[in-house]
Design a protein around this ligand. Structure first.
Ligand code: ADP
Length: 499
């Protein structure tokens, strides 16, 4: 496919208009079969910046047909050739990272410097990482019988449906499409209603290099477009990131077809700050961990912070001062640290949790930073970060995923109590502990019920490290070699009788 839009200094607004109303199926940009569209809104201003194609069953069917037609030849390429093409896509995307980052900032309200540009670069990095793993699609020889040559081989599943959310749409999409493609599958992405444009642009750029039909993208709503993708008989695997409720719906639909699903769901991730922790490092870790630059819209957000009582007051003062120093404003402004909440529905949801916390006896809401005063942003979905103290671990704010810049800071005296509170959650995605004591650190890494545990740091998901939750946080792993092998291939056992 040729690139009609390769104008690097295009404005994000112009690019948003160019991509309006389009799906990408079989290498071609096209409107939805019904011709229907929905609005894409800039959450910092409330302005409609574009429309997105409202894909439905007929588009799902067209995408599956295109994917099925392309997948056989794609799987017959050598693994390293597929890997090379993915690395090439990564290289091509580096040249588009700025334009894609700005488009992402425009449609999601995530600040360009602290979030959107970083995310656009991570896409290229992820494609490069998985491209390099192509020759690891190996089987094993098995010493089953001296007269029988017995081995296993990895085969692609076929067509993979990848349903993605709006909070980190590009990186989470890359973590799905890269391993699926390198393993020899064709992929159909279903973007989130709130963030269809930057994802479409990434897929469009990749289609300049990939054979048509290997990588397709649909936009549309969950029940109307996502569900038919899961139930379509041509789709052999679904990988999903989103809410627990939707994950369960998808899991049920997939169970009816008996196809595998990978689910990356919610979290209520604990951060334990022991009395011997390096306080300044822990404060930086809380700012990073709570993803304040992403308005707290992260599954791994440190939304429960257990602080030893000896550090509690100093922790609050210092954390508040740090977040106060962050600038809320126009997501496209380089000076901005914190942008907006994604949508009016999420905004209302976050505000209702804050109101609930504020009206709880004994709770104190420490509001941080300052809302922007720029008139152009008067309709923007800005929420001041809030640190709550005085809420117990069984309060709704400490149990439910808020997906906003709200964290509960809870004091503890005894390590065992902190650990028990940390584990007393329906979720088990990520956890951190901050201490200088090796024995405590090791004990906690064994006993914290979470899929991603860190000591004295709070990194986001990293290519190369398996990532996935325990309990209600999901099923399966992403981001690693294991994720590619276990989640995007079938393992076949072969026996050759040599007698
Ligand atoms: P949120 O509530 O934060 O938007 P969701 O889990 O509902 O999170 O959405 C994540 C992704 O799942 C989006 O792409 C959305 O369109 C899709 N989705 C929502 N409902 C369904 C469904 N019933 N079947 C398939 N996909 C769905």
């Amino acid at each position: 496919m040729t690139d009609q839009n390769l104008v690097l200094n295009t404005t994000p607004h112009a690019l948003a208009r160019e991509l309006s109303g389009l799906l990408l199926i079989g290498g071609e940009l096209r409107p939805a079969a019904t011709g229907k569209t929905f609005d894409v809104v800039n959450p910092a201003t409330g302005d409609v910046i574009a429309t997105a194609a409202d894909g439905g069953e007929r588009d799902v069917d067209a995408a599956v047909r295109a994917a099925v037609a392309a997948q056989g030849a794609w799987a017959r390429l050598s693994a390293r050739e597929r890997g090379r093409l993915l690395v090439e896509c990564g290289r091509r995307l580096v040249g588009h990272a700025e334009e894609i980052g700005r488009l992402l900032a425009l449609e999601t309200g995530k600040a360009i410097r602290t979030e959107s540009r970083v995310e656009a670069s991570l896409v290229a990095d992820t494609l490069t990482f998985y491209g390099g793993l192509a020759s690891e699609l190996k089987g094993e020889t098995v010493p089953f019988h001296p007269k029988m040559l017995t081995f296993t081989q990895r085969e692609p599943i076929g067509v993979v449906g990848a349903i993605i959310p709006w909070n980190v749409p590009l990186y989470l999409m890359a973590l799905k499409i890269a391993p699926a493609l390198v393993a020899g599958n064709a992929v159909i992405v279903k973007s989130a209603e709130e963030a269809p444009l930057a994802a479409l642009r990434v897929i469009q750029v990749m289609n300049q290099l990939l054979p048509p039909g290997v990588l397709n993208i649909l936009s549309g709503d969950g029940p109307g477009c996502g569900a038919p993708l899961v139930t379509h008989p041509g789709v052999g695997k679904v990988t999903f990131t989103g809410s627990v409720e939707t994950g369960k719906i998808i899991s049920h639909l997939a169970a009816d077809k008996l196809i595998p699903v990978t689910l990356e769901l919610g979290g209520k991730s604990p951060m334990i700050v022991m009395g011997d922790a390096d306080l300044d490092k822990a404060i930086d870790g809380a700012v990073a961990g709570m993803r304040f630059t992403r308005q707290g819209q992260s599954c791994t957000a440190s939304s429960r912070i257990f602080v030893h009582e000896s550090l509690h007051d100093a922790f609050i003062d210092k954390l508040k001062a740090k977040v106060d120093a962050m600038t809320m404003g126009d997501p496209l402004d380089e000076a901005t640290d914190i942008g907006t909440i994604i949508s009016p529905q999420q905004f209302e949801r976050v505000q209702s949790y804050i109101a609930l916390g504020e009206t709880t006896a004994g709770a104190i809401a420490h509001r941080c930073s300052a809302l922007p005063t720029d008139e152009r942003l008067a309709r923007g979905l800005f929420v001041q970060p809030v640190l709550f103290t005085g809420l117990a671990n069984d309060h709704r704010l400490a149990r439910e995923e808020i997906f906003g810049p709200v964290t509960c800071v809870i004091a503890f005296r005894d390590y065992e109590d902190a650990l028990a509170m940390a584990n007393d959650s329906d979720f088990g995605l990520a956890a951190t502990i901050w201490t200088r004591d090796l024995r405590t650190a090791l004990d906690a890494t064994r006993r914290l019920q979470a899929g991603f545990v860190q000591v004295n740091q709070n990194l986001v998901v990293q290519p190369g490290l398996s990532y996935g939750g325990f309990k209600q946080s999901g099923l399966g792993k992403e981001a690693s070699l294991e994720a590619m092998l276990d989640h995007f291939t079938h393992k076949k056992t072969v026996i050759i009788n040599m007698d």
